[in-house]
Ligand binder design. Structure first.
Ligand SMILES: C[S@@+](CC[C@H](N)C(=O)[O-])C[C@H]1O[C@@H](n2cnc3c(N)ncnc32)[C@H](O)[C@@H]1O
Length: 410
């Protein structure tokens, strides 16, 4: 089988007499033509074969070697059939090792390595113990299918794990389904240790956002002793657990409607020995019956948690108020309004984004304040404590979190 071109059956090399091999090596290395991943080889007839990068070795290089670098030498091409890794070549990044192993696997199957295949390799992945989740958009070329399961066994072996999965785009289906499929292995539960907290979950059923790590660390550094926290979008406990384990919250009410995430959340509370300080409210948080008990409410849903603003207001302590942590995706794209005016912002892109974040934060603040005032029939004071960017979600779109202090004016 072929993906176009000729068979790969060894490492391309240039052959010359041993007396000239040092001059050849120096020149080829300086020009970036020597393939430093492999050792030079002494051939039976006393000649030396120097591995080279095929795409860089051309006729003009050959002429230069023969006429200027080592006049009197002979220069021919060969393929080293049993290449030996050089010291440099054996200290490889996992990505390099993966590339080399796949190159070999395809070579054995008679497939030539092409740039398209190179581009189709994964460039990043997430590791959870012995399982690696490959990014979406890799291994799409039809040639991989021909290798069957051997492909995934080889990829897992190159990356030093036992199980493999591949990520699809997170689905906007209300439970943020991860759309991740298991490629190798028969069990998709993983364990992840983060800031001393153990999280276990089925990665084909629950999403895990490594990008929220800074916010998780910030939550862990809060001082919440004696506080009651309501986590309206608890998932597997990404924020619930740091509140309990590190921030010292007295109690957390964790709301979650994805039954798979609820199973994981329950396990995680047990694993971290904090089950006695948490009540899980399984179901739609808009139906939550709690009120007037929270010092702090976490609204960790993107693109927006607006659907639960009124719930957050209802659960806040009505006599003392508290703090809301509101997540949102803010789009900072400069758009023309229907009236022809632009959403104008300063020239500096960094500060212009902050203008958009502020605009969103002020509109969220107004909504929350009017909910609180209507609900309790007294004036409330709200203030924006902090607007923090968690991660870039898409071009022009930032995932931000607003800390909003809300107090009744009595
Ligand atoms: C983005 S995940 C949560 C993750 C966590 N807060 C984080 O940022 O890593 C959002 C979670 O909210 C849950 N969810 C969404 N809408 C909900 C609702 N109306 N009631 C309860 N849970 C909901 C989803 O099932 C999902 O597990």
């Amino acid at each position: 089988m072929e993906a176009g071109g000729s068979r790969v059956s060894g490492v391309p090399a240039v052959v010359t007499e041993s007396t000239f091999s040092q001059s050849y090596r120096e020149y080829l290395e300086n020009e970036g033509i020597l393939d430093v991943r492999y050792r030079a080889q002494k051939l039976d007839d006393g000649m030396v074969a120097l591995p080279v990068l095929d795409e860089k070795f051309n006729l003009s290089v050959e002429e230069k070697l023969l006429e200027m670098i080592a006049p009197g030498s002979s220069c021919s091409r060969t393929l080293i059939s049993n290449p030996v890794l050089s010291k440099r070549g054996s200290i490889q990044s996992p990505a390099k090792k993966l590339r080399m192993d796949l190159c070999k696997l395809l070579g054995n199957a008679g497939v030539i390595w092409t740039r398209d295949l190179e581009r189709d390799l994964p460039h990043s992945w997430q590791q959870h113990g012995d399982l690696i989740v490959l990014q979406e958009g890799c291994f799409c070329n039809s040639v991989w299918k021909q290798l069957g399961d051997e492909l995934w066994t080889s990829v897992a072996c190159s990356l030093g794990v036992k199980r493999l999965a591949k990520q699809g785009p997170v689905l906007n289906d209300g439970v943020r389904s991860p759309n991740t499929t298991l490629l190798l292995g028969d069990n998709s539960w993983v364990e992840h240790v983060d800031n001393g907290i153990r999280y276990t979950f089925d990665l084909t059923k629950c999403m895990f956002s490594a990008g929220n790590i800074i916010e998780k660390q910030r939550v862990a550094s809060l001082r919440c002793s004696e506080e009651i926290v309501v986590d309206l979008y608890a998932g597997i406990g990404y924020f619930t657990l740091p509140y309990l384990v590190h921030a010292g919250a007295a109690f957390v009410h964790a709301c979650e409607w994805n039954p798979h995430a609820v199973i994981a959340l329950r396990r995680n509370l047990e694993l971290n020995k904090v089950s006695h300080k948490c009540q899980i409210h399984e179901g739609d948080n808009r139906q939550l019956l709690l009120h007037d008990l929270a010092d702090r409410v976490n609204l960790g849903l993107i693109p927006t948690s607006e659907a639960a603003y009124h719930v957050a207001c209802r659960v806040l302590k009505k006599n003392t108020g508290g703090i809301l942590h509101i997540h949102h995706n803010v789009d900072s794209f400069l758009r023309k309004h229907k009236d022809g005016n632009e959403n104008l912002a300063p020239q500096d892109p960094g500060s212009s984004r902050k203008v958009f974040w502020r605009k969103w934060a002020e509109s969220a603040e107004m909504k929350i304040r009017s909910f609180l005032q209507e609900m309790h029939n007294i004036p409330w004071q709200t203030s924006i404590m902090r607007i923090e960017r968690i991660k870039s979600y898409a071009p022009h779109v930032d995932h931000v979190v607003l800390d909003l202090d809300c107090r009744p004016l009595t």
